[in-house]
Design a protein around this ligand. Structure first.
Ligand code: ADE
Length: 246
């Protein structure tokens, strides 16, 4: 997987990606990252990249030309006529695990990060293939959302997670929330680790974890249970019993 970020703040992307698990994957060459500073494509002697909005209004708008030139240079470098360009915007489709899975199939993914009041619509029309939001709130720019998407996609790329890390991922695939986790000591400030986890009885532990996932999901994110194709008959029976007992 090769990531490219077109941004006015490459250091945000570099700093976010070069740490922890994604940092390790970059070092190993399992994923790559190129940040492209849109300012480098300004044709203006002051290296300006923004201007006042036509029609008036608050804030500045990023100009079409440097964005388009940055995109063209990248297409040229990749020897591709078109590439998948994800524009991060609160006006996009809300990001999900399913989208991460879809993006993970690509060889190259380009992220276009806006700042100020956004980017001139003409540049967006010419280069963007996907409009993506990370939720219903407004951030100062697209860099943090780009990092969120890159991180979620990275962990789906084979070899990025080690065995232990990917085992954890499997229980989340059923669109249920994770069961609670405990580590040593067995007792902390009077609070004990659930008995079953110390029993060594694997089938019972599995069952307990599944039930905890179901309880968590129904109490914290009931929306995830409507039309959840991964629920077994046993899960449904358990949930019904649980809800009657509440
Ligand atoms: N840019 C600013 N806010 C955003 C959001 N919530 N999602 C994606 N891009 C954004």
């Amino acid at each position: 997987m090769n990531f490219y970020a077109m941004t006015l703040f490459p250091e945000i992307i570099e700093n976010g990606m070069r740490a922890s698990i994604t940092g390790r994957a970059l070092q190993k060459g399992i994923i790559t990252l190129d940040t492209i500073n849109i300012r480098d494509y300004s044709q203006n002697k002051h290296m300006r990249v923004d201007d006042y909005p036509y029609g008036g209004g608050a804030g500045m708008v990023m100009q079409a030309e440097p964005v388009y030139l940055a995109y063209q240079a990248l297409c040229h470098r990749l020897r591709q006529e078109k590439v998948r360009v994800i524009y991060l915007t609160p006006q996009g489709q809300v990001f999900s695990q399913a989208m991460a899975q879809e993006f993970a199939k690509e060889e190259h993914l380009v992220f276009l990060c806006g700042h100020y009041e956004g980017i001139d619509e003409r540049a967006l029309e010419m280069v963007v293939t996907d409009y993506v939001s990370i939720g219903d709130y407004i951030l100062t720019g697209g860099e943090l959302p780009a990092l969120v998407v890159m991180d979620a996609v990275s962990r789906l790329v084979p070899q990025v997670l080690n065995n232990e890390e990917s085992a954890q991922f499997e229980s989340f695939q059923d669109m249920l929330l994770e069961y609670p986790q405990y580590t040593r000591p067995e007792e902390f400030l009077g609070k004990k680790v659930p008995e079953v986890l110390l029993s060594g009885h694997h089938a019972k532990i599995e069952q307990w974890r599944r039930e905890q996932s179901l309880i968590r999901t129904v109490t914290r994110r009931p929306d995830l249970l409507k039309e959840n194709p991964y629920l077994t008959e046993k899960d449904k029976v358990y949930l019904e019993k649980y809800q009657k007992g509440q």
